[in-house]
Design a protein around this ligand. Structure first.
Ligand code: SF4
Length: 268
């Protein structure tokens, strides 16, 4: 029920203790079971006064602005936004910078426990500026939901942030150019688990030349740097959703990998 001068409201400041006792007793006899307390006093500007300033505090201290927002530690989200702005303006790969429509930085939760990393944006991603939004992206959404998570709870990005023309294989110099962006994303988000989607992401993150069939199905320690006081990051590799669209017989293997992720996240 809302506060106000409805049933049982008592303007206490207008009554003596004896008056209040008598008034409460009479209300009880009238069947009133609840009373309401008046709202906090309002300032002259009509807003609640959150902090009272003692009169002995000097005038300059009363009017000083809070400094927390200017001097406090920056949030992961702030740092991700700063990194995103840098990546959006990147032209390290001359060809990709000329042919792309957008730069696909990545999307999701800045404090995600689970991070998915694919290869590079495709046509739909290049148009929309978002990762995994085509048919493969729809399948990835189902895969994420199959273990009880949503896209908003995880972070999704690619090794390359720009689409290679005609979806050609990323070149080694492009991978090197973009590598520190991915490492910075991982360092800022610091997920519990990175799920590398497909051969290209698995080989790039684990710094190996082994096939995805060999790499999938087990956890690895993230070979990149982790802060000394930070929790270790685990890496698991599975088939890329685009591969699954062409090879649905391997969906069961991806499901097995997802169950491993789910158990790890739930601490089982
Ligand atoms: S792929 Fe990465 S390094 Fe290359 S231009 Fe795009 S953002 Fe820059």
């Amino acid at each position: 029920m809302a506060m106000g001068h409805e049933k049982g409201f008592i303007p206490m400041e207008t009554k003596t203790i004896r008056d209040q006792e008598y008034f409460l007793k009479s209300l009880r006899e009238d069947g009133v079971e609840e009373i309401y307390v008046a709202r906090a006093k309002q300032t002259a500007a009509g807003k609640k006064s959150a902090v009272s300033v003692p009169p002995e505090v000097p005038q300059e201290a009363r009017t000083a602005q809070p400094s927390v927002s200017q001097t406090g530690p920056r949030s992961v989200r702030d740092e991700l936004i700063e990194l995103r702005d840098k990546v959006l303006a990147c032209s390290r790969c001359t060809e990709l910078a000329l042919t792309r429509k957008t730069v696909v930085f990545g999307a999701g939760n800045a404090s995600a426990k689970l991070m998915f990393v694919g290869e590079a944006p495709g046509h739909d991603e290049d148009v929309q500026g978002l990762p995994f939004v085509g048919k493969a992206g729809q399948l990835l959404t189902k895969i994420i939901e199959s273990i009880g998570y949503t896209r908003k709870q995880v972070f999704i990005c690619n090794v390359l942030k720009c689409r290679p023309p005609q979806n050609r294989t990323p070149q080694s110099d492009e991978i090197m150019n973009c590598h520190d962006y991915l490492m910075k994303q991982i360092a800022l988000i610091h997920p519990q688990i990175i799920c590398a989607l497909g051969t290209f992401a698995a080989q790039t993150i684990l710094k190996t030349g082994q096939s995805i069939s060999h790499l999938r199905g087990k956890f690895y320690d993230f070979p990149g740097s982790v802060p000394p006081d930070g929790q270790p990051i685990k890496v698991i590799c599975t088939f890329h959703p685009a591969y699954l669209l062409r090879n649905p017989q391997d969906k069961r293997k991806v499901w097995e990998d997802m169950k491993m992720i789910q158990k790890e996240l739930e601490g089982k």
